[in-house]
Design a protein around this ligand. Structure first.
Ligand code: HEC
Length: 137
């Protein structure tokens, strides 16, 4: 085991046992990191700095309210005055469509009215994780 590659004291009879929990922890943190690559908490602070100029979770502003947006159809807040393009788009908001929307709304739905893009893919993933969390999905 040679100290599991960690700077441990010279090998003693019990060293292999001492290493096991450390190895397990390392393996678990890798698995955990993969399963939850997108970070909703980071997404929340990105949302506050980038999106709340136009959106909020619970009231319509320049853009429509966002709570529940994950899983609902584009343009479905009846009180909000969407562009005709979004209303007739028939898109359902999920990881894939939200990612495309945030990367380039005009490419996904030509004629839409959201003048904002998120260029960084990791930022988009975290924002989507946050929107998903706030939609109980
Ligand atoms: C400059 C104002 C503005 C900013 C900033 C903005 N949006 Fe929007 N957003 C809008 C407008 C306006 C619409 C409605 C577009 C339409 O009807 O064509 C919209 C629509 C949306 C929709 C579709 C909602 C629905 O009910 O179908 C999502 C999702 C969305 N925005 C997410 C975001 C996120 C996430 C951010 C932050 C990264 C953001 N927006 C930043 C103005 C903005």
């Amino acid at each position: 085991m040679a100290g599991c590659g960690l700077p441990l004291p010279p090998i003693s009879p019990g060293s292999a046992m001492k290493c096991t929990p450390l190895l397990l922890l390392a393996v678990l943190s890798v698995i955990g990191g993969r399963a939850d690559a997108a970070d909703a908490a980071r997404g929340e602070s990105l949302y506050e700095t980038r999106c709340t100029g136009c959106h909020s979770l619970d009231s319509d502003r320049i853009g429509p309210r966002h709570r529940g947006v994950y899983g609902r159809r584009a343009g479905s807040i009846v009180q909000f005055d969407y562009s005709a393009a979004v209303k007739k788009s028939k898109i359902a908001w999920d990881d894939k469509s939200l990612d495309r929307w945030l990367a380039d709304p005009e490419k996904l739905i030509p004629g839409q009215r959201m003048g904002y893009r998120v260029d960084n893919a990791a930022d988009r993933a975290d924002l989507i994780a946050f929107l998903r969390r706030e939609s109980d999905k």
